[in-house]
Write a protein that binds this ligand. Sequence first.
Ligand code: SF4
Length: 310
Amino acid sequence: MNFIRPDIIRPPSEWNSYFLPVTSGCSNNTCTFCMYYDSKLQMRDVDDVKSEIDGLALFTRSRVRLPNVPKVVYDVAQGWDGKKVFLQDADALVYPFPKLAEVLQYLNDKLPSVERIGTYATPQDILRRSSEELKELSRLKLGIIYTGLETGDDELLQKIGKGVSSHEFVEAGKKVKEAGITFSVTVILGLGGVEGSQKHALATARVLSEIDPEYAGALTLTFVPGTPLYEQWQRNEFHALSPFQSLEELKLIIENSNFTDCFFSSMHASNYLSVRGRLPQDKGRMLKQLEAVLAARDPSLLRPEFLRGL
Ligand code: SF4
């Protein structure tokens, strides 16, 4: 079966990367809120990945386009500065280790200008890799792994089909950091609904603090048609937070977090308000910003619904 190139879904900080697909879909396609729910995982053939790297290297060096290389490669490469590569798709770390190491080695050989390679990974993918394998990937310039914790509440993790416990998340985080790879973790505001909001926020703050990642980001729950959570919401079985309630949740997470040195942000397009800073030192300023908006309750201070993105 021919590999179907996935759409580009990426962390905000990877905006200037070259997007190299090694998989399509997600190996853990059971999360009830996610657009990858029920997606089919596809692995790309190593030779196919290498031929894209060949085409990319030639284009980067001399702007020569090969007829057998798909146009999308050149579209993505057009404004690329040659420094960052992001492996697609939803959990590229699931790609078998020998093949992943071969692809990264090839990328290093053909494009020595590349400084950092990034990927999404599930905690299951991380725990499946040995510490030595992660260190080898780090040596091959895998510099950052992005993972969705979503919530620290174990009951909620089970309910949303994440397939992993908060304890396993903490283990995965430790393993990544020990390998010298930067860890970036996202959580989802509103995931527990109105009834589960406080429990979700407090448990998320506790588990995030235990993981103690270099980067943590808050997203706000967006309902994706076709997912089980969307259906529950439509049937009024899930009660969504209001925008200001989601900011109260964000405040609770920041207030109760205890990081060594973490860049925390809610800059993602799904959020109603962008707050960012380094924790712990910027905690007071970030909380003040949230308190001021919560006190004013002025909707014009928030990102309008139609401008929110996934
Ligand atoms: S939330 Fe992550 S692990 Fe779950 S289906 Fe989506 S991409 Fe896969």
